[in-house]
Design a protein around this ligand. Sequence first.
Ligand SMILES: [Zn+2]
Length: 253
Amino acid sequence: MKIIPVPAFEDNYIWLICDGRYAAVVDPGDAEPVLGHLSRHGLRLAAILITHHHGDHTGGIEALLRHAAVPVYGPRKENIPGITNPVGTGDTVRLPELGVEFAVLDVPGHTAGHIAYYGANSLFCGDTLFTCGCGKLFEGTPAQMHASLQKFAALPDDTQVYCAHEYTLENIRFAKKVEPANRQLLEREVRDLQTRERSRPTLPSTLALEKATNPFLRCEHPAVIEAASHFSGSPLDDAVKVFTAVREWRNRF
Ligand SMILES: [Zn+2]
């Protein structure tokens, strides 16, 4: 099984999970690049997986369904046209054509009903976790988003992280404000700068790398607590308060 990024719009990645004959697609904001890839590689569409209702993740559903009437999995708590299989925490998405299955996680914060898919050592996290960052809180509270990110942090360190945008360098620029002396973060910047100079995706990442460099997964780390306390002008004594301050800092960055 291979997982391939199909770039779309300015900086979206539509992920294709394929095995040489079939493909499932995650968050097809646009059908055209997906259909192009399927036809170039002789792949048959098996399923569509959606993480949340934003148009840059759902805009291609209708056109893909005209091409092939496949199951469309998506968040039970959001109203998205075209969803045939609404799912949430506790559900499993089985894709027999690809021999893979995914556990569904409710991860509210970016949107109220946002879900993620975890399976085959891979996490499709939509706009919840980004490489070295996290999604904006359009519909959820900081406490909800922090709890959602903690669900990811509990997954194995070697989990491959497939986010829906190429935001890494911009996020690293901010992360360095929070933790200017984080050696792994500085090493990551060198690597990812080189990757982007070659116009290659910096994704997937791993949870181990995110836990070492992503300030939003490091709210209990002394350096992050200190920086967040400094930003908010008072000592912060719990992880949710630290997360809230770092998210606010990022919004103003
Ligand atoms: Zn979004």
